[in-house]
Ligand binder design. Structure first.
Ligand SMILES: [Zn+2]
Length: 317
């Protein structure tokens, strides 16, 4: 599963700084990722560029303020942080449990539209174990949300798995499917470079609504009216679109505040659906439990260990 074997919480070894601009706001932003103590979680400290007031916003589903085009935490009319999903995906996939994210504007920098820059920076400083066990959220029964022609669900599974399907009425995308157990390695190799995407025909409508003001071919795959990819460099993966949707789902579900043990499946999903499925899971206490081990029934196993002694324990590893 790509988790650290002992299951201790982690943080970054060193502070990391990113500069860039928000893909929706178009505003410049400097963002730093700072090492943090155990049980901090992912905590955003956001400073309003106009008033200079700053606010802490927990990187948790309870902070979600909007899910139109991107995931926004905080208060839309006050201090908030938008487009957290590509950063959250990198932190979750690389098993970074505790970080204080400082930003001097209301949006995470878009970088190249993927999680690549975040992964590279996290890997370059490395992780530090903290003296406290990580908590996992184990899915105990299926939870499903239907939303028009879209659906998403969690089902019990021994591991962490994603099965994401998309089906666009566009010859450039069509039906694509990504199914894999998730680990830091899979994320680095198969997902982290997949960029956000959009359609040329939507751009004017988005601009009029105040979205995508920073979007360009430098940070988005754009599909033209002729249903061809406009970017001169083409695609990074043949099925880059579904890989990006999987990356988004990892980021949105990271707002559970703990890695989950289960399989997340979605069809024609997006930020709103991801958020609704996670809310549905967390609002049904019989559907999940928190465990300190990625393996199921840790308490029973522990009892077995005590009963059968060390040799059996060794054999189980
Ligand atoms: Zn995205």
């Amino acid at each position: 599963m790509g988790i650290n074997v002992l299951g201790y919480q982690t943080t970054l070894r060193e502070r990391i700084e990113f500069t860039g601009f928000g893909v929706h706001s178009g505003q410049p932003v400097t963002m730093t990722l700072n090492p943090a103590e155990a049980d901090t979680g992912i905590l955003f400290n956001v400073t309003c560029p106009k008033s200079g007031n700053s606010k802490d916003i927990i990187g948790n589903i309870t902070s979600v303020a909007a899910t139109d085009l991107c995931t926004v935490l905080g208060s839309v009319s006050d201090v908030h942080i938008a487009t957290v999903e590509h950063l959250m995906a990198a932190l979750r996939a690389l098993n970074v449990d505790n970080v204080i994210v400082e930003a001097d504007s209301f949006e995470v920098p878009v970088m190249d539209g993927s999680s690549d820059a975040f992964v590279e920076a996290i890997d370059s400083v490395g992780l530090k174990s903290l003296p406290k066990m990580r908590c996992y959220l184990r899915v105990k029964k299926p939870i499903r949300v239907d939303m028009g022609a879209s659906w998403g669900e969690f089902i019990p599974y021994e591991g962490t798995r994603y099965e994401v399907d998309i089906d666009f009425d566009s010859a450039a995308i069509g039906h694509q499917s990504f199914k894999s157990d998730m680990s830091a390695e899979v994320f680095r190799r198969e997902l982290c470079r997949a960029r956000t995407f959009g359609f040329m025909k939507d751009v004017e409508r988005l601009w009029a609504a105040g979205f995508a003001l920073g979007s360009s071919l430098e940070n988005s795959v754009v599909i033209g009216d002729d249903q061809k990819v406009i970017n001169p460099e083409g695609l990074r993966y043949r099925d880059e679109f579904v890989r990006h949707k999987t990356l988004d789902a990892i980021g949105d579900l990271a707002l559970a505040g703990a890695p989950f043990i289960g399989c997340f499946r979605s069809y024609r999903g997006g930020h709103k659906l991801n958020s609704l499925v996670l809310q549905a899971l967390l609002s049904d206490k019989s559907a999940f439990e928190y465990v300190e081990s990625p393996y199921s029934k840790p308490k029973v196993r522990h009892a077995e260990l005590v009963a059968v002694g060390v040799p059996a324990y060794a054999a189980q590893i």
